[in-house]
Design a protein around this ligand. Structure first.
Ligand code: HEM
Length: 135
């Protein structure tokens, strides 16, 4: 599967979970999990969707193993960080190491993404689309 499509699909799954969590918090008037909700939406929905846009704009990266690794590591890091942040705010201090490792996964993934962004100027650009009279 293309990296952009993977990003968009996983981002939608995170958004469904994040919005459901928000609705649950609003309905119960218990905002304890607000930091987990915010991280899930911003890392899982907004950031992942933006990665997808970047990959869609750079077709040479659509089949890149490095780009796919970046997306997978980001998704795993987001899932574990969300669970750890939620657990910590519910008073389970034992989740501290999970939060630390997932934060490092996210940092590593962003490092990888930064390398791809900095290198992207050298990538072959897609051919310009020529409009025909029928269009
Ligand atoms: C169905 C949709 C959503 C619902 C019902 C919802 C609900 C909530 C609730 C109840 C809070 C707690 C507010 C507080 O305690 O002050 C909150 C906080 C937050 N939400 Fe959502 N949310 C939704 C979607 C989103 C989305 C899409 C994003 C980001 C892309 C987002 C980002 C945040 C952030 C960053 C906070 C923390 C705000 C602060 O620190 O004051 N939420 N949300």
């Amino acid at each position: 599967m293309k990296t952009s499509s993977t990003s968009f699909k996983v981002a939608c799954l995170f958004a469904i979970a994040g919005l459901s969590m928000g609705i649950g918090m609003a309905a119960s008037q218990d905002h304890t999990l607000m930091p987990a909700h915010a991280h899930l939406n911003l890392l899982g929905w907004v950031s992942l969707f933006l990665f997808g846009v970047f990959y869609r704009l750079h077709p040479a990266l659509e089949t890149s193993r490095l780009a796919m690794t970046q997306i997978v590591v980001w998704s795993v890091g987001t899932a574990f960080l969300t669970v750890a942040v939620a657990a910590l705010h519910l008073g389970h201090a034992a989740f501290e190491p999970v939060a630390a490792v997932s934060a490092l996964l996210l940092l590593g993934s962003l490092g990888l993404f930064s390398v791809l962004v900095f290198r992207s100027g050298k990538l072959p650009q897609p051919a310009a689309r020529v409009m025909t009279a029928a269009e």
